[in-house]
Design a protein around this ligand. Structure first.
Ligand code: NAD
Length: 352
């Protein structure tokens, strides 16, 4: 397939492209605005692979999106471009409304106009796959059953509300205009190339630098942790085999409390690189909770696993060890980002 993929220089999009291009299965047209969160280096050898081309464009630019569809005539869309960090959405929601809601609307309209020109097999096989989050479902209490595709929406943060709005738009374009849309909602991802403001890289890097390890509230907030390469495989299966109108809830069955995540990072780092000052747990610092902090997210991935013939290959301990090794071996990448755009003082919180 030729896939028009948005946000391919981000954390998850780059993993999808590395996976798609390495297998030689798909050609990717990568539409990315190259915001602060983007990294061309994350594409690794896929960056200059003949199966990948990067188009620097903003998904809110209607003329640019129409031109991209006309020029590349894709077989499918994978829509990942978004503003993605909850703490930033609390500090400044405007970019989240603009990119996540207006941007999705603009992309849907460009896809609808393009779809109207398709005929025969190309029309029958076209898919618009929208990549979303489990945060649209709101928060679970301990003991509640996990989210599934039937769970009602109840978003709580500007980020999750903007993603929920975009999910609704995508489904409305399916029902109203017959666009063959698919939505996937996924738990917290972690792994190589994650921007160092997010919980796992933030804690890992602060621990390496002997800085405080900020933990929101009592540290009991729980997330299900999915290794990013496993998510990339699931997303490719969805675009290849997914049924129009379906929702796929993707999770790893690896729920951990934030404090457990932080302790696991400290323990693994202590094994790999013991600190002369002693065990790194001493750096854990509880800080005032994030406003509206959701207590627990967890997905029941059973239906998606059966439909896709996919399960997450990494348990949390194995994925975390691989992630720590990766950050230890790529210090120049994250040190440049920390020096340029981001002090390391911002809190990683509970997500994403
Ligand atoms: P990210 O912040 O790492 O990357 C986002 C990418 O989108 C960047 O390359 C950025 O330059 C690009 N982008 C942003 N605004 C754009 C615009 N207006 N036009 C074009 N490109 C733009 O995000 P991520 O963590 O890779 O998440 C990708 C998608 O997956 C998002 O839609 C997010 O909501 C969803 N998601 C993320 C997680 C997670 O744990 N990271 C979990 C579930 C769902």
């Amino acid at each position: 397939m030729k896939i028009l993929l948005t946000g391919g220089c981000g954390f998850i999009g780059s993993a999808v492209i590395r996976c798609a291009v390495a297998g030689g299965a798909h050609d990717i047209v990568n539409i990315d605005k190259l915001t602060y969160a983007a990294s061309e280096a994350a594409l690794e050898t896929a960056l200059h692979h003949p199966g990948h081309s990067l188009v620097r464009a903003d998904i809110t630019d209607a003329a640019a999106m129409r031109a991209a569809f006309a020029a590349h005539q894709p077989d499918a869309v994978m829509h990942l471009a978004a503003e993605s960090h909850v703490d930033r959405s609390i500090d400044g929601p405007a970019d989240f409304i603009h990119t996540n809601i207006t941007g999705t609307f603009v992309l849907l309209e460009a896809a609808r106009a393009y779809y109207a020109t398709l005929e025969g097999d190309k029309r029958a096989k076209f898919r618009f796959h929208h990549v979303s989050t489990d945060e649209v479902f709101g928060a679970l209490a301990d003991g509640d059953p996990p989210f599934n595709a039937q769970t009602p929406y109840d978003p709580r943060s500007p980020y999750s509300a903007s993603k929920a709005a975009s999910d609704h738009l995508v489904r409305a374009w399916g029902h109203t205009y017959g666009l063959p849309v698919i939505v996937s909602n996924t738990t917290n991802n972690y792994g190589p190339w994650q921007f160092p403001e997010k919980l796992i890289p933030l804690i890992l890097i602060n621990a390496l630098e002997e800085k405080p390890l900020p933990v929101y509230g009592d540290g009991r907030n729980t997330r299900d942790w999915l290794f990013v390469n496993d998510h990339a495989e699931a997303l490719l299966k969805i675009v290849e085999t997914g049924v129009p109108g379906a929702t796929y809830c993707i999770g790893a069955r690896q729920p951990r409390r934030n404090i457990e995540v932080v302790r696991a990072i400290c323990a693994l780092l202590d094994q790999k690189l013991p600190s002369p000052h002693g065990a790194r747990e001493r750096l854990i610092t509880y800080v005032r909770d994030r406003p509206g902090h959701d207590h627990r997210y967890e997905i029941d991935p059973g239906a998606a696993e059966t439909a896709l013939g996919w399960t997450a290959a990494h348990d949390f301990e194995r994925g975390l060890a691989a992630t720590i090794d990766w950050y230890l071996n790529h210090q120049a990448w994250w040190q440049e980002i920390r020096g340029k755009t981001y002090s390391g003082q911002r809190l990683g919180g509970a997500k994403k």
